[in-house]
Structures are given as C-alpha cells and as structure tokens.
Design a protein around this ligand. Structure first.
Ligand code: HEM
Length: 477
C-alpha cells in the first residue's frame, strides 16, 4: 500500500499549486469568462518553487539558467511563466515585449513595496497616480536634472579624490567596503550637507538596520528585524528632522541658492505653487537613501572589477579621460564635460548592463489582465526579470562579455531596462550614470590596479557581487 500512497502524495504535493491555481481556481473563474494561465510550474504548497529559485541563485550560481530551464520545458514564445515564489502565486516576465506591456500599465500592474511604513507612506515609492507624479517631479528636479547634476558633480569629487589617495597609501583594499564609505559620505553631502563625522557614522548604522527590515516579517516585537527597522527609521528621521528644523528657523525668505536635496525638497513648488509638507520631505529623503546608496556602491564596484579584467577597455577609457585631465590645482570636472565623454558613457552603460544590480522588479495585478490569450489573475505577484533581458543572447551579442563598443549600434527597443521602465523608471538614473563617470575619470587617469582574486566566486543574493568584495592592489600611474 505504501508503494502506492507515498508516490501519490509526492505527486500531489509537486503539483499542488498548479492544481489549486491552474485547475480549481481557474475552473471557478472560467464560469465568469474563461481563464488560461501562462505556461509553467507552481510547485509545492506554500513553498512553491522557492527551492528551485535558490538552487539556481545560491548553489549553482547561474541565475539566468532558472529562466533557461523554464524556456527549455515550456517555451511558447509569450515571454511569461507562471510560478509560485516568495509565498505568492507569481508570473515571471522576461521578454522585451512582455516587459513593456507590464511597465506601461501602471493601473493594472502596481508597485507595492513590502513594509512600506519603513521607507515612509508619503515617499515616492509608496504613492500612486497623481500623488506619485507630483512627488516625482520634486525629487527629479532636486537630484536628476541638469542644474542638480551640475551641483552634485562638483560636490562629490573632493571625497572621491581623497578616497583614491588613501587607497594607494594602504595599497590593498576591498573595493566594496571603501566605495561604500565614500558613497555614503557623498550622500551625506548632497542630501543634507552633512560633513563626514559622528552624525554620518550614526546615520549609516541606523540605515543598515532600517534596510534589513524592509523584507522582514512584520512583527513589531523587540528582538525582531521589523521592530529594529522601525526604531532605526525613527532615529534616522530624527537626525534629518533636526537639520530641517535648523534650516526652517534660520530661513531668511530664501535668496540662498539650493545646495542639496533637503533644500530642493523644502523649497521647490509644484505647478499650483504648493510645497512638500515636512513629513513628505523626510519620507522622501529616506526612500531616496534606500534606492540610491547600495545601487551606487555596487555599480562603482563592478566598474573597478570589469576594468581590471578588460585592460584594453581601460586603456581606451584612460585615453579619452586624459584629454580632460586638469592641472593639479583645478582637478574637478563638470557634469557637462563628463556627459559628453562618449566612450566613458559607453563604459558606464555597459557596466550597469552587466552588473544587473536590480535583477527583478515587482508589481501586483489590480485586475485580471489578458495577454496573448492568457490570463494574469488579479492579486498575483508579477516579477519583471530584467536581468534576463541583459544576459539573453537574443538581445545582446555575446552578452556576458564586457564590451562598451556594443553601444555603437542602436539597441533593440525594450532590451536595456537597467533602470526599469514606465512611470516608475529610476528617478536617479542620470545621477547614477554621472557619479560613475566622474569616479571613472579620477580612477582611470590617476591609478592602475589589479584584482587580488581574479577567479573569486560570485554571489547573487541579495545582490550580485564577487565574494571577496573585489579586493584590489592599487598604485599611482
Ligand atoms: C546604477 C544604479 C541604479 C540602478 C541600477 C537603479 C535601478 C532602479 C530601478 C530598476 C528602479 C525601478 C524600480 C521599479 O520599477 O519598481 C529604480 C527606481 C528608483 N530609483 Fe534607482 N537605480 C540606481 C540608482 C539610483 C540613484 C543614485 C537614486 C537616487 C539617489 C535612485 C533612486 C530611485 C528611486 C527614488 C526610485 C523609485 C522611482 C519611482 O517609484 O518613481 N536610484 N531604480
């Protein structure tokens, strides 16, 4: 009897979610107009395909093969699969056309951040529709448009220059750790004009606690990550609030030029002449910190890594940047100069493509959505697997090689989505590119470096990074 029961139970468990969502729920829905789910497999009850996902990302360290294995089994050309991940029935979207379809429809595919109260309920990532357009315009004007870029390019360089000098004094450094430090110092400056020192160190500590709670189980009980994150948020807000109040008290009717993000968010006006409220300013500072800190560190770290691996690219980059190199006393380059550096900007775009810092972007369906004869049911998790766009040979020739010259040709539309798409496209995209370009200018014109562990293993969770954090030896040219 066991010989029959055990295989039957295993079979049932293996197909449980497909039976539940694909047959039982679908049959119920079909009485209301028909449901055919995209192809795929949804795995075990509750766990779904989480083990398979971890298998490819953590153990095999070949994340793209997760999609390749699905294409192998179920490909019918629609660029979507059904699965069950992170505790929810999900649709994986991985082709340029299907990605565009989702990104463009903000009403039926909404962004829902987990534990959104940690980043702030009035922050850009938490609001929708008109409120989103309004806040986004404030943030974009404060960090991502030409005037802001000009200001920030100048603000960030002194710390980049002095960090590079200090690396040489130590000769051997772990790039990730050092870049993280200089990135945060610069964020301190262009967010709220905080100089490096104890306040910034404390802020960094609270920030780490805050981020670790974003994807945690929401148990507001001492000892749990979520509770700790909320405490860290309170302390982070308190630091920025004290600064904001100082500025409010000294306000002279404001002839002072806008110097940083806090000033921008406090002073700018929307089309109707209204300004952001204090809680909106603070929530948005926190959310921009969450979105911009780790991403900038990782992009810069990957540039150090790829340029060490591709000396010919470094040589071309150096040649272009030497033409801009200023005298010892006047070392700073401007954003206008950097954004015109054709090869440098190709290196920037190629780094961000291959680094795949934002591997997956999440949405939730607000209604049943029809796509090419299939239904994506209401309330499902939709995962835009953007890293696969950048590593699929159908979209990029020899996709895993670092080749900035590929940008000489125009890309097929929808294949380069490093910053997402639609109305939620990264609001710091120009700033991210510019900061990387400025860093590359100083690095390539002043230094040579080598990887200590050129064959270091990669890890892909939570973000792609060589295990040694890109340890290098570095010296002056
Ligand atoms: C290479 C670095 C970066 C990458 C790869 C990146 C990637 C992304 C992606 C993929 C999204 C879309 C998320 C979604 O659709 O759900 C996004 C949104 C966002 N990013 Fe970035 N980002 C980078 C740097 C930055 C920087 C430097 C900042 C600001 C200082 C920033 C601020 C934001 C914000 C606030 C959003 C939310 C936009 C909205 O909801 O309207 N990012 N980013």
């Amino acid at each position: 009897m066991w010989l029959t029961v055990v295989p039957l139970v295993i079979w049932l468990l293996w197909w449980w979610n497909d039976i539940w969502y694909g047959i039982l729920t679908a049959t119920f829905r079909s009485s209301k107009g028909g449901t055919k789910l995209p192809p795929g497999h949804m795995g075990l009850p509750i766990i779904g395909e989480m083990f398979t996902f971890l298998w490819y990302f953590k153990f095999l360290r070949r994340p793209d093969d997760y999609i390749n294995s699905k294409r192998h089994k179920h490909d019918d050309g629609i660029g979507m699969y059904r699965t069950h991940l992170f505790g929810r029935p999900s649709i994986i979207v991985f082709s340029p056309a299907a990605n565009k379809f989702v990104f463009r429809d903000e009403e039926r595919f909404v962004l829902e951040w987990p534990n959104v109260e940690i980043v702030g309920k009035t922050s850009l990532v938490a609001v929708h529709g008109k409120a989103h357009v309004r806040i986004r315009s404030f943030v974009s004007r404060s960090i991502n448009q030409p005037d802001a870029l000009r200001r920030i390019a100048i603000v960030v360089q002194p710390r980049i220059i002095s960090a590079l000098r200090s690396w040489v004094e130590r000769r051997k450094i772990i790039s990730y750790n050092e870049i993280n430090k200089v990135t945060f110092e610069n964020i301190g400056m262009y967010f709220a004009s905080f100089e490096p020192g104890p306040t910034l160190d404390t802020l960094d500590k609270y920030f780490t606690g805050l981020v670790s709670g974003i994807r945690s189980y929401p148990l507001n009980i001492p000892g749990f990550a979520y509770y700790h994150a909320l405490q860290c948020r309170k302390k982070t807000i308190a630091i920025f609030k004290e600064e904001l109040e100082k500025r409010n008290n000294n306000d002279d009717g404001s002839t002072r030029p806008m110097n940083d993000l806090m000033d921008g968010l406090m002073k700018l006006k929307d089309e109707e002449g209204s300004q952001l409220r204090e809680n909106e300013v603070l929530d948005n500072i926190v959310s921009i910190l969450v979105a911009g800190y780790e991403s900038t560190t990782l992009a810069t770290m990957w540039a150090v890594y790829y340029l060490a691996k591709y000396p010919k690219v470094l040589q071309k980059l150096r040649e272009e940047n030497v033409s801009l190199k200023k005298s010892k006393t006047e070392q700073l380059v401007t954003s206008d100069e950097m954004l015109k550096m054709k090869y440098t900007m190709k290196v920037v775009d190629e780094t961000i493509r291959l680094a795949n810092i934002a591997a997956i972007v999440f949405r939730t369906t607000t209604k049943d959505v029809q796509y090419k004869g299939y239904t994506i049911p209401k309330g499902w998790n939709v995962m835009l697997w953007i890293r696969y766009l950048h590593t699929d040979p159908e979209n990029f020739n020899d996709p895993l090689s670092f080749n900035p010259d590929r940008w000489d040709a125009s890309m097929t539309s929808g294949t380069y989505q490093v910053f997402g798409g639609g109305s939620r496209i990264c609001v710091g995209n120009m700033l991210a590119r510019l900061q990387l370009a400025v860093f590359l200018h100083h690095l390539s014109t002043g230094y040579k470096w080598e990887l200590v562990n050129p064959d270091a293993k990669m890890k892909y969770l939570s973000h792609p990074k060589p295990e040694d954090g890109v340890e290098i030896t570095i010296e002056e040219l």
